[in-house]
Design a protein around this ligand. Structure first.
Ligand SMILES: Nc1ncnc2c1ncn2[C@@H]1O[C@H](COP(=O)(O)OP(=O)(O)OP(=O)(O)O)[C@@H](O)[C@H]1O
Length: 346
């Protein structure tokens, strides 16, 4: 059996026609110690889009977002936000954006209302408009019943929502959020997603960096996947998932230590015309066209190899599969990993 790795075509999805909120061209950022954190990033995000910026730890997400919000100048390349150049027109850019950094900027000693009021003052929101603006934003993020409680009594999720309210006080058309849901429990994350959805529904462009594939799948119109400072692909979640091709068969093994032996058995068998096999926490994920038709043959092959199976499930590809595929392709160009992969495939 031949192993094929369908590649996901890079940069195939364009932003919707109309005004662009973010235009990054060939952006490079090299830190003073020589670290090339961002290496030629191109991004175009349309006004009103919800755009996900995904990548593993250290991929360069924070460095890129800091460049987009004028906190860092690109070493090479250019960025325009809402039509303004981040280097030459940085003040106009700052007035057009809200930026929520990874660390919350909430003042714990102040109440929710005082926090938002303080930010209104900083951004010069007219005095007469402040009360309405504060009430509107605290309602938007679901903190209207705790407006007069000090932030130190809030949960992590509530502090994040308060922080998110403060970045909107000047009604910016574009907001940047750097991993806003990291560390939140599932319920708090869900609440936060609702909030993000509602600010996007108001027409605000949202640029969200995250490590959570599910988050991107649920919220984003399009996403870019960043790896080692480079954009590996840009597309809609649906297009990326369908580009994986076929369905996924998850196989759970009695002993997870058998994964490599099982992978070899799958590749050697005639179960599928073409398949990719990825290790999972408790077994294998096999992706192939007509994956159901190969199940019997697969189990015979695993049995012959002495690999015991506890269960299986056929499902549609998720973004995790896309991510595994793309990062795997990347690994394959690396000498040691290419060797390891070949050994497994043999
Ligand atoms: N001030 C700095 N000086 C030198 N190198 C840096 C600096 N900040 C970040 N880096 C390096 O640049 C690379 C990209 O880091 P960055 O924080 O942008 O990635 P990230 O994708 O946001 O990661 P994380 O998800 O962990 O926040 C990493 O190798 C990091 O160690």
């Amino acid at each position: 059996m031949q192993s094929t790795r369908p590649t996901v075509e890079a940069n195939s999805a364009e932003p919707p026609a109309g005004r662009l909120a973010i235009e990054a061209e060939n952006v490079h950022v090299t830190y003073a110690d020589g670290t090339e954190a961002v290496r030629g990033v191109d991004l175009t995000v349309g006004a009103g889009e919800f755009f996900g910026f995904l990548g593993p730890n250290g991929a360069g997400k924070t460095t890129t977002i800091k460049t987009l919000v004028t906190l860092l100048d690109p070493t090479r390349g250019s960025v325009r936000i809402d039509g303004y150049d981040t280097t030459d027109e940085s003040q106009a850019v700052r007035e057009s954006i809200g930026y929520m950094a990874q660390e919350t900027s909430v003042d714990e000693e102040l109440t929710a209302r005082e926090n938002v009021r303080y930010t209104c003052e900083v951004y010069g929101v007219p005095k007469g408009a402040r009360d309405d603006r504060i009430a509107e934003l605290l309602e938007l993020v679901g903190l209207d019943d705790v407006t007069d409680q000090r932030a130190e009594t809030f949960s992590g999720g509530m502090k994040k929502r308060l922080d998110a309210a403060t970045v909107l006080v000047h009604r910016p058309p574009v907001v940047f959020l750097d991993e806003p849901t990291t560390g939140l429990d599932p319920e708090a994350r869900l609440r936060f997603w609702e909030y993000l959805q509602s600010i996007n529904d108001r027409g605000t462009t949202v640029f969200l960096t995250t490590q959570y594939l599910e988050e991107v799948d649920r919220l984003c119109d399009r996403l870019a996947l960043l790896q080692d400072g480079e954009v590996v692909t840009t597309d809609t979640p649906a297009a990326l998932k369908s580009a994986v091709g076929g369905d996924v068969l998850d196989v759970t093994l009695v002993d997870a230590a058998d994964t490599e032996r099982a992978t070899r058995a799958v590749y050697r068998s005639d179960a599928f015309d073409a398949a990719t096999v990825e290790p999972t926490d408790d077994g294998l994920a096999i992706t192939a066209e007509n994956v159901r038709e190969g199940i019997n043959e697969l189990f015979r092959a695993l049995d012959a190899a002495g690999v015991a199976v506890t269960g299986f499930d056929v499902r549609s590809p998720t973004l995790d599969d896309v991510f595994l595929r793309l990062t795997d392709d990347e690994l394959e160009s690396d000498g040691d990993d290419a060797t390891r992969k070949l050994e497994v495939a043999r």
